[in-house]
Design a protein around this ligand. Structure first.
Ligand SMILES: [Fe+2]
Length: 482
C-alpha cells in the first residue's frame, strides 16, 4: 500500500483537538502491544479523527457510477505529471525530493511508523472470509502480507530496508509521525464498527500517487533500493491491482437495502482520514541537514560527554566540556571547522573528524551508525553555500535509466542492488515447536470456521511478520483460495 491522494497538493489546514498527535503516539504503541486492551480509546480516537477531517475536500465522484472514470482520470493525470518530471530531469533539473542521500534516508525513517503497519486497516476483514463481498479487501490484505512469503511481506521488506541503512530509531520521531499508523491500526482492530470508513480509507490509500513514482526514481538514483516503493507502483495499479479491488469492494459492500447515501457519506469520511498527520511530502519538506546532524550529536553527547580524555581539545575547550550542554553543538561544529578538523565542501577523506568516525580502524568506530554517518558525510561534503563535493554514492545515468525501463514490471530488481533473499529463514528450536503446534491446532480444528479464526488471530499487524504469523498467513491463504 502506498500513500494518500492529496499528498501532492498543498496542505489543507486541519483543526485537531489539543494533544491529538500525542494521543496518536500512545495509541499506536498501545495497539501494537495489546490491541484488546483499549477498545474504547481506539474508537473514540477514530471518531475524533473523522470529525477533524470532515472539513477537508474529498474529490470522489458523487456516486459509484462515476468511479471508473474518476480512477482513469486520476491515473492519467499522475502519468502526465510524471512524464513532465522526467522531461525536466532529463533537461538538467535537480532532484525534486531528496537533496542528498541523507535526506532520502531521513524520509525512510520518517514514514516508518506508517509503513511498518502497512495494510493494517484491513486486518479486521479476515474473519469475514465466508462473505464473497469482503474478498477483494481480504485479498488485498493477504498481498500486503506477501501471502506469508517472508521476502514478499511488505512490512518485512520495509524493516529490512530500515536495518540496511541504520534507520531503525524511528520510535523517537515527533508525535505527528504516528497519526496515520494509529488510524490504520484502530481501523484494523475495529473494522466491523467502522466498515464504511475502512472501505473509504482503503480507496484513498490504494490510488497511485505521483510522489510514489518520484520517490522510487530518486531513491534508485541515490543508490537506495527502491523495491518497497516500486512494488507498490505495480500492486496498486488501476487496471487489476489494489486500486481496482478497492472500487470493487465498495460496489460489493454498499447496502442494497437501507440508506446508501449515509453509507457513502461514511466512505467519504474514511477517504479523508488519509489526509491527516505527517505525509510523504511533509516528511520530505521537514528535512534540515544541519539540524539533523545537531540532533544526532546532541543525542550522542548524553554518553559522549564523559568519554573523552582531557587531551581532546577543540578551540581551547575539552571535547567533554563541549558536549556537556547539547545547546553548544552548533558552536562545537563551527569550532571543528575553524580548527580544520572538518573541511566542508571537500571530499570527506580530507576531514580529520570524518576519519575518526569512519572505517574499521577509526578511533570512534561503531559510534555512528550507517544513517548517522551519511548525515555527517553529506553535511561535510556540502559547503555552506550549498555546493556539493562529488560523492561516490550517486549512480550513473545508465543505472537510473535501467530502473525507468523496468518500472511497472518487476522494477527495482535490476543489477544495481543485491538480491533480496537476505531475510533469513531462521528457525530456532522454540520457533520450530511453535510452528508444529500451530499445524496441529489447525489440523484438529472442528471446521474451516475455527481454523480460519485461529489463523486470523495470528495475522494481526503486530504479529503477521513473525515466523508464526507468516506461517499462519500461508495456511490462511491456502484455505481462503480452496
Ligand atoms: Fe504495501
Amino acid at each position: 500500500m502506498t500513500s494518500t491522494l492529496l499528498a501532492d497538493a498543498p496542505g489543507v489546514a486541519v483543526t485537531q483537538a489539543p494533544g491529538a498527535a500525542e494521543r496518536a503516539r500512545h495509541l499506536y504503541f498501545s495497539l501494537y502491544d495489546d490491541p484488546a486492551a483499549i477498545p474504547g480509546e481506539a474508537q473514540s480516537f477514530l471518531a475524533e479523527q473523522i470529525a477533524a477531517a470532515s472539513a477537508l475536500p474529498a474529490d470522489l465522484p458523487p456516486t459509484l457510477v462515476g468511479m471508473p472514470a474518476w480512477i482513469e482520470e486520476r491515473t492519467d493525470a499522475v502519468g502526465a505529471q510524471y512524464r513532465d518530471y522526467l522531461a525536466a530531469r532529463k533537461a538538467g533539473a535537480p532532484r525534486r525530493y531528496f537533496h542528498c542521500r541523507a535526506h532520502a534516508l531521513y524520509f525512510l525513517k520518517g514514514v516508518a511508523p506508517t509503513k511498518l503497519v502497512d495494510g493494517a486497516w484491513l486486518y479486521g476483514l479476515l474473519r469475514q472470509w465466508d462473505k464473497p463481498a469482503c474478498h477483494p479487501l481480504i485479498k488485498t490484505y493477504l498481498e500486503e502480507l506477501g501471502e506469508g512469503v517472508p521476502d514478499k511481506n511488505h512490512v518485512t521488506i520495509y524493516r529490512k530496508l530500515l536495518a540496511t541503512h541504520g534507520c531503525e530509531g524511528w520510535e523517537e520521531l515527533d508525535d505527528s509521525h504516528f497519526l496515520q499508523g494509529a488510524i490504520q491500526l484502530a481501523l484494523g482492530h475495529h473494522a466491523e464498527r467502522f466498515l464504511p470508513e475502512v472501505i473509504g480509507y482503503n480507496l484513498g490509500y490504494e490510488q497511485l500517487p505521483l510522489h510514489l513514482l518520484i520517490t522510487s526514481y530518486e531513491l534508485n538514483e541515490l543508490g537506495i533500493d527502491p523495491y518497497y516503493f516500486t512494488l507498490h507502483v505495480t500492486v496498486d495499479n488501476a487496471a487489476s491491482g489494489h486500486a481496482r479491488k478497492a472500487v470493487q469492494a465498495l460496489a460489493d459492500l454498499m447496502p442494497r437495502v437501507g440508506d446508501r447515501e449515509a453509507f457513502y457519506r461514511r466512505v467519504l469520511d474514511g477517504y479523508r482520514l488519509n489526509e491527516l498527520g505527517a505525509s510523504t511530502t511533509s516528511v520530505i519538506a521537514g528535512f534540515d541537514l544541519q539540524a539533523e546532524l545537531v540532533d544526532i550529536l546532541a543525542a550522542k553527547s548524553k554518553v559522549g560527554k564523559n568519554m573523552h580524555s582531557d587531551y581532546c581539545r577543540v578551540a581551547g575547550r575539552s571535547v567533554n566540556d563541549w558536549l556537556l550542554d547539547p545547546a553548544r553543538i552548533p558552536d562545537f561544529l563551527a569550532a571543528l571547522e575553524q580548527a580544520g578538523w572538518i573541511k566542508r565542501g571537500e571530499d570527506v577523506e580530507h576531514s580529520r573528524f570524518w576519519r575518526l568516525v569512519h572505517g574499521e580502524r577509526a578511533e570512534m568506530f561503531g559510534v555512528f551508525n550507517a544513517y548517522e554517518q551519511q548525515v555527517l558525510r553529506d553535511w561535510i561534503t556540502t559547503a555552506p553555500d550549498g555546493e556539493t563535493a562529488a560523492g561516490p554514492r550517486v549512480l550513473t545515468h545508465r543505472a537510473r535509466r535501467r530502473t525507468l525501463d523496468t518500472l511497472g514490471q518487476d522494477a527495482g530488481r535490476g543489477a544495481a542492488f543485491p538480491e533480496r533473499g537476505l531475510i533469513r529463514r531462521h528457525r530456532s528450536e522454540e520457533t520450530g515447536n511453535e510452528l508444529r503446534l500451530l499445524e496441529q491446532q489447525v489440523a484438529s480444528a472442528s471446521g474451516k470456521q475455527e481454523a480460519m479464526e485461529l489463523l486470523a488471530g495470528l495475522m494481526s499487524p503486530e504479529v503477521h511478520h513473525t515466523a508464526v504469523g507468516l506461517m499462519a498467513t500461508r495456511l490462511y491463504t491456502r484455505l481462503f483460495d480452496a
